[in-house]
Ligand binder design. Sequence first.
Ligand code: THU
Length: 133
Amino acid sequence: MTERELMQAAQDARKNSYSPYSHFCVGAALVTKSGKLYTGCNIENAAYPATVCAERTALFKAVSEGERAFQMLAVVGGKEGETAEFCSPCGVCRQALAEFCPPDFPVLLGTPAHFEKYTLGELLPHSFTSENF
Ligand code: THU
């Protein structure tokens, strides 16, 4: 799967976003080292803190299926009905990713037509992991 295809998978997953409160729709696509794809969208709740982001939906779907080794993540987000814009993962999602992915893990942000590649270490420097205790 190419980087552009992974971004497209994130964009497609975004269509399932359940975001009646923020009207901000996010999709994520996570590919495992074995090449299997897991996608997710944000799922909001009337009790706002019960909301889960697209990135954690994808990650937890994969982990709950037994996956532990990941190759790359793509994220596409933006206001409902608008062309997707750059969307950066929240701190909770960065921390959840750091549990399973190393600092050099690639994270693609933007749209399928224009995206930028970061590492998880760039997004979450000096992270707290199991190696800290
Ligand atoms: N959201 C995500 O799903 N991922 C991000 O990277 C940032 C924010 C969601 C959470 C909430 O449903 C909406 O976007 C607005 O914060």
